[in-house]
Ligand binder design. Structure first.
Ligand code: ATP
Length: 451
């Protein structure tokens, strides 16, 4: 069903991202790697700004959450304890005719895979789909020079386990009291059967995860608190609140150990519609208890004043950095007409704090001292904000090029500038142009960026 409110912008976004250096297909010159993407000069800045906002909100601005950067490669027993070796599986079916692979629950499959009636969604043949078999999504590799079963290690499919196994290290070294959390940002790898939709589902991605350790019995209060905090954070990125909603996990969706789980969903538009960008989970004491059992080490909290020890419950918030980047891009992408001009424009109306370039600096024309003055302004601002100096082509085109990469302000040095030391600031969203003194420019930009 077409999404009336939010049409599909994915194809145009993919092309903009490539053209302007946000996101490229990995190993493109060799024909690309399946569902792996590289962030170009503007993309790396955008994603970094999103990660910085998360790190600031979750770690720096709080005294009850500590940061961590655990290794990607972990002891293989970690993944037995976590349940990933046995249970991190998707049901896979193959088509004997076209050799394509699908998740058995792919809604495009008609009929029961493995039966003569089942129809392949790709080649349309009937009776060629195999019965489902379980496929583990973890990437395997070998540690050390010998490739045998004893040396198998996994690329982590989530960052959370690095936090659980360091619970005691972090708690004892920081002397945090419960409730407190541990947060980290890092790469995760999943050998997804059906990745796709650009950077929505990829095989290598980044997660921003926080595990909050609480006293049993207070877990649902903290769960509600974190649900709200995380929704606020997404709104703070400038995402339209009408495109965000909660989805409560149904009993079938809920992991067997989970006490409650909600997803934050964003409306990606088109046929994709509302999809998960973050999960907030009440995991009880499952993770710490399992690691205590498998490692033989006590993973408890010692409540000294009350002379007791217990295994904390965990409330987890888990958000994808890439999926959030995609949500920010989709939310901000607009094609619109410009009053009084025949040519329309493409705008990435992203929050100024996320914009890779904060200001474009342009001399109106390449003469009469304007380039020199504009270059001086760019050099003065550069230590404080990412700015982009451009003197080539018509001014309208230069504005358009900044609009489509989300630059919130354009500073123009014109004929008047060289005589009275003023410049104009053009606002990407309102198109309003204000004249300010060049000496006040930094403060004026700072004030606008803080709004
Ligand atoms: P999905 O149901 O979409 O596969 P999930 O429920 O398995 O996601 P979690 O394990 O809860 O996801 O991971 C937390 C977050 O990590 C997700 O909300 C998403 O933002 C991100 N994420 C998970 N898998 C991928 C992936 N393959 N590519 C990009 N981001 C991902």
């Amino acid at each position: 069903m077409p999404n009336e409110k939010h049409p599909d912008v994915m194809d145009r976004l993919v092309s903009l991202c490539k053209r302007r250096g946000f996101i490229f297909q990995s190993s493109e010159i060799y024909g690309g790697t399946g569902s792996v993407w590289d962030y170009g000069p503007l993309g790396v800045e955008l994603k970094k700004n999103i990660k910085d906002r998360w790190w600031h909100a979750m770690v720096r601005a709080r005294d009850d959450i500590e940061g961590l950067d655990a290794a990607i490669l972990m002891h293989p027993r970690v993944w037995e304890a976590s349940g990933h070796v046995a249970g991190f599986v998707d049901p896979l079916v193959d088509c004997r005719n076209c050799k394509k692979r699908f998740r058995a629950d792919d809604p495009r499959i008609k009929g029961e895979p493995g039966t003569p009636d089942a129809q392949c969604p790709s080649c349309g043949m009937k009776g060629t789909l195999s019965a489902p078999r379980q496929f583990n999504l973890m990437f395997k590799t070998y540690m050390g020079p010998v490739e045998d079963t004893a040396s198998i290690v996994y690329l982590r499919p989530e960052t959370a386990q690095g936090i659980y196994v360091n619970f005691v290290n972090v708690q004892q070294s920081t002397r945090q009291k419960i409730p407190f959390g541990i947060a980290q940002i890092g790469k995760a790898f999943r050998n997804e059967i059906t990745p796709g939709n650009f950077i929505f589902r990829t095989r290598e991605f980044e997660q921003m995860e926080m595990q909050f350790f609480v006293e049993p019995g207070t877990d649902m209060t903290w769960f509600e608190y974190w649900k709200e905090q995380r929704m606020q954070w997404h709104r703070g990125l400038g995402i339209d609140p009408a495109r965000l909603r909660f989805h409560q996990h149904t009993p079938e969706e809920l992991a067997h150990y989970a006490r409650a789980a909600f997803d934050v969903q964003f409306d990606f538009g088109g046929t994709l519609g509302f999809q998960e960008i973050e999960g907030v989970h009440n995991r009880g004491d499952f993770d710490l208890s399992r690691h205590a059992e498998y490692s033989g080490k006590k993973l408890e909290y010692v409540d000294q004043p009350n002379n007791r020890r217990f295994t904390p419950y965990v409330v987890e918030t888990s958000v994808g950095a890439d999926r959030t980047t995609l949500a920010v891009l989709v939310n901000g992408y607009r094609e619109e007409s410009v009053p009084g001009e025949s040519e329309g424009r493409t705008v990435l109306a992203i929050h100024p704090s996320l914009a890779p370039v904060k200001a474009g600096i342009f001399p109106l024309v390449k003469k009469d001292g304007m380039p020199e003055m504009a270059a001086r302004i760019a050099a003065d601002l550069r230590p404080h904000f990412p700015v982009f100096y451009d003197e080539a082509g018509a001014i309208g085109r230069r504005y358009r090029r900044q609009d489509e990469v989300g630059t919130p302000f354009c500073i123009t040095v014109d004929g008047q500038s060289t005589s009275d030391n003023t410049v104009t600031i053009r606002d990407r969203d309102t198109l309003a142009q204000d004249r300010v003194s060049a000496d006040q420019l930094r403060a004026a930009l700072q004030e606008r960026l803080a709004r």
